[in-house]
Each structure stands twice: as structure tokens, then as C-alpha cells.
Write a protein that binds this ligand. Structure first.
Ligand code: ATP
Ligand code: MG
Length: 442
């Protein structure tokens, strides 16, 4: 039995010393989405099981093997969301957002749950940044959504990432293609895995997505969807390529990409890196023109993508990309005695109101231990407060890096004096950077 002191398999803790990486990514992705006119939507962690069965698709891996379905006494069946699109479309329909003019552009950062075999880059609880655009059929929208994903990857500093695109057509061209696939796979039916034998009748395209090496090998020579596109789908795909070229976005056409969820139509795409091993798809998305109607809404074209944040951060770490620095302590107050503790509380409040990060002794340590602690947390300044300081209304500020000392008044203009001290410390860093830069130039 697993210990209760162990996290469930396939889940992750983000410890306090690492959370700045998540802050960096969350800030950059939401900023980038907002710059493209997308607004955040927040949806529940669980939904009616039927929503995912209907949208993701009965023959997909996600629905067949990976859903966490829960029941509570007297309730119907709920499922922890395996992805964000279905819930987002449900919410947009339920809240009448579809009637507020097109295109509607939303984004989210959320946790997803899939019962998969845990490995590097594949978790049972993971996080996605996703964008959805509703109400436009134009290939401009496809190019815009892809360029938004690219912009995010650029802004977090990723390199060596390839964009793969494909078109999987509309139901009309897919009907022809399914026939061809069925014919091809039927000839080797007995070699396919059990799941794929079932898929052969109901949804042969899913076989292309099977992770079993034998099925993958058989699928290598299967007919290619691009040869079966109808004129409209072909034109749509060509126009997308033209727009991507105009935007300066490089891509490879990869007819093997069919995506794991049933609701996709026409454009599908993935951003892939080779730097984090086998699970290299950092972002996957595409168009799903039939989904909204399938969920009971009016026929409305839509598209979007999901970006796996664990894989994104893993790649950033591997490539040595920069993260936002964690804010460290501006001032540590070392109070000596009860009166000084009370004074420290007041000073901390005053300076925190000005946006300074202030800490003081909460343990009751002696001065030496407090100085050691201040050093450990990287405090920029330390102020020792004792009876003398309280009486005189003046205390000594020690710059922990340079060792310089500075006397400041505690009663008048404290916030201003401290801000000035902080500023001049910051400017020293900037000056050093400039000198460093000029030195390198010469
Ligand atoms: P894969 O082929 O890797 O299984 P998928 O096609 O199932 O991916 P999507 O449903 O399109 O993935 O989800 C979008 C993104 O979410 C993926 O590109 C990936 O970055 C991330 N993702 C999907 N499943 C997981 C998982 N189990 N653990 C971590 N990230 C995941
Ligand atoms: Mg998957």
C-alpha cells in the first residue's frame, strides 16, 4: 500500500523554491494571449461524463482508457476534465457567449487529468495553457491561432521547436478516406492490437494515433489524408500555408498528425521539440468545426490549442531559458526585546504598504542567529532594533552586500529613506551591468 506521505503516481509537487518558474510561464502565456485579444475563462474541474464522451469521442484513448470518473452518493457520473476545450465550449454555450458576436476568443490555464502510464513529460495530473477561437471558418484564424502559440514559445525563449501541420479534412472528404483506410488495415487486421481491431469498424483514423509499435509499423504505409481532401479543404489548407509564410512562421507538412481527440476537422498542428525525449509535443491543436453543433449549439466553426506546461517548463530548463527572478527580502528587522518586536511590526506594515518585502524575527532568536538567518534568506538590508534605537528614533541600516552602514529616522520619512537606499542599491546592479556590457564590447 502506498504511504499517505507519498503523492499519487503521476502527480507533481511544485515546491516553494521552484514556483517562480510557474509564475514566469503563467505570466508570459496570459500576457501573450491578452495581447492577441483573448480573455480568460475559468471552468469547473469536473463535468458531466457525457460531455467528454460526446466531444472527445468514444473511440479515443482518452475516453476509452484515461478518464477519471467519480460519483458521489445520489449524483450522476462526473469526470475530471481530461482537457479544456469541451468544458470551455459547454460554458460558452451555457452562458450565451456564442450570441455576443464573433469571433469569441478565450484562453485558460488549468489542470487536466488522464489515467496514463506516468513517464517523463507524461503525468496523470498535468497543466495546460489553452486558447479557443469561436465563430470563424477563415484560414486567417488558423494562422492567427498558430502564430499565438508560436509567439508564446518565442517569448518563453524556446529554441529548436518545429511546427508540424496537416489537414484532416471535413466529414465529406473523410468518408472517402475512411474507406481507403479500412481497406488498407483490413488486410492486416489480425496483426493490429485489440483496441485497433475495434477501431477498424468505427473509426479507422484512430489507428494512426495508436501508440503500439506494431500498429505504428503497419500504419507507416497507410493512405495519406492529404490525397483525399475535397477542393474546399484543399484550398483552406493552402491558404493557411500562404498566411504562415507571410507571417514568417516555418512549418513542416506532416500527414501523420491526426491528433488524439475526435472533434478535429481540417487544420491540425503540433509544436514538437526533440530536447525532452519521447514526449516532445509541447503544443497541439486544430480546428473543430463540428463540435459546437454536436454539443447542441448552432453549427459554429471553431479552433484552438492546448499547451502542456510541464513539458514547456521541462524544455525551458533543458535549454537554459531564463525565468523571472523570485523577489527576495528587502529588509530584515532584527528586534532585541519585546518593545522592539512591537516597533518592528509597525515598521514592517509601513514599508510593506510601499511595496517592500519586509521580514522580522518570528522565532525569538539571539542577534547572531538572526544575522545568520538574514544572510541565508538573502536580505538586502538589515536593521537592528533595540531599546536605544527606539529611544533615539534612529536606527542603523546595514547593506548586506557592501557592508555599508546608514542611519535612518524611524519616525519621520522612514518609507522614503528606505526606498532611496533600496534604489541606490538597485542602481549599483544596473551600473555593474552596463560596465560589464561595455567591457565586453571593447
Ligand atoms: P500525446 O500525444 O503526447 O499523448 P495528446 O495528443 O494526448 O498528447 P492533447 O490532448 O492534444 O495531447 O493535449 C495538448 C498538450 O497537452 C500536449 O501537446 C501535451 O503538451 C500536453 N499533454 C497531454 N497529455 C499529457 C500528459 N499526460 N502529461 C503531460 N502533458 C500532457
Ligand atoms: Mg495522449
Amino acid at each position: 500500500m502506498a504511504l499517505i506521505t507519498q503523492r499519487p503516481k503521476g502527480t507533481m509537487d511544485v515546491v516553494p523554491s521552484q514556483s517562480y518558474k510557474w509564475h514566469t510561464v503563467e505570466k508570459l502565456v496570459s500576457e501573450t494571449a491578452e495581447l492577441h485579444g483573448f480573455k480568460e475563462i475559468r471552468i469547473p474541474t469536473f463535468e458531466d461524463t457525457g460531455l467528454f464522451v460526446r466531444s472527445v469521442g468514444e473511440t479515443t484513448d482518452v475516453v476509452q482508457k484515461e478518464m477519471y470518473t467519480v460519483t458521489a452518493a445520489g449524483d450522476s457520473k462526473f469526470t475530471l476534465r481530461p482537457e479544456g476545450t469541451a468544458g470551455t465550449m459547454r460554458a460558452m454555450l451555457e452562458n450565451g457567449i456564442m450570441n455576443e458576436g464573433f469571433p469569441q476568443k478565450t484562453y485558460y490555464i488549468l489542470s487536466c487529468f488522464r489515467h496514463e502510464k506516468p513517464q517523463a513529460g507524461r503525468l496523470r495530473e498535468f497543466h495546460q495553457f489553452g486558447c479557443e477561437m469561436v465563430g470563424t471558418e477563415s484560414p486567417r484564424a488558423d494562422a492567427e491561432v498558430i502564430s499565438l502559440a508560436k509567439c508564446v514559445l518565442d517569448r518563453v525563449g524556446l529554441k529548436n521547436i518545429r511546427l508540424n501541420i496537416n489537414s484532416i479534412g471535413c466529414p465529406t472528404c473523410r468518408a472517402e478516406y475512411h474507406k481507403a483506410l479500412k481497406e488498407y488495415f483490413s488486410a492486416r487486421k489480425n496483426e493490429l492490437c485489440e483496441t485497433c481491431q475495434g477501431r477498424l469498424e468505427r473509426n479507422p483514423m484512430r489507428i494512426l494515433d495508436c501508440k503500439s509499435p506494431i500498429c505504428q509499423d503497419i500504419a507507416k504505409d497507410a493512405p495519406v489524408i492529404l490525397d483525399y481532401l475535397c477542393d474546399d479543404c484543399k484550398e483552406h489548407f493552402e491558404k493557411l500555408q500562404e498566411y504562415l509564410s507571410v507571417m514568417g512562421i516555418e512549418f513542416d507538412i506532416n500527414p501523420r498528425i491526426v491528433r488524439g481527440l475526435d472533434y478535429y476537422t481540417r487544420t491540425v498542428f503540433e509544436f514538437i521539440t526533440t530536447d525532452i525525449g519521447a514526449q516532445g509535443t509541447v503544443c497541439g491543436g486544430g480546428r473543430y468545426d463540428g463540435l459546437i453543433e454536436q454539443l447542441g449549439g448552432q453549427k459554429t466553426p471553431a479552433l484552438g490549442f492546448g499547451m502542456g506546461l510541464e513539458r514547456l517548463i521541462l524544455t525551458m530548463e533543458k535549454q537554459g531559458a531564463g525565468f523571472m527572478e523570485q523577489k527576495t527580502c528587502d529588509l530584515y528587522i532584527a528586534p532585541m526585546g519585546e518593545a522592539a518586536v512591537c516597533k518592528a511590526m509597525g515598521i514592517a506594515t509601513e514599508l510593506r504598504d510601499e511595496g517592500c518585502l519586509v521580514e522580522y524575527d518570528l522565532v525569538g532568536r539571539g542577534l547572531k542567529a538572526q544575522m545568520k538567518y538574514a544572510d541565508k534568506i538573502g536580505a538586502k538590508f538589515v536593521m537592528v532594533l533595540g531599546d536605544n534605537e527606539i529611544e533615539s528614533g534612529e536606527a542603523r541600516l546595514k547593506n548586506m552586500r557592501s557592508g555599508e552602514q546608514l542611519d535612518i529616522r524611524l519616525d519621520v520619512g522612514l518609507a522614503e529613506s528606505f526606498s532611496n537606499a533600496l534604489m541606490s542599491e538597485m542602481f549599483k546592479d544596473i551600473d555593474a551591468d552596463i560596465e560589464n556590457f561595455l567591457g565586453k564590447e571593447n
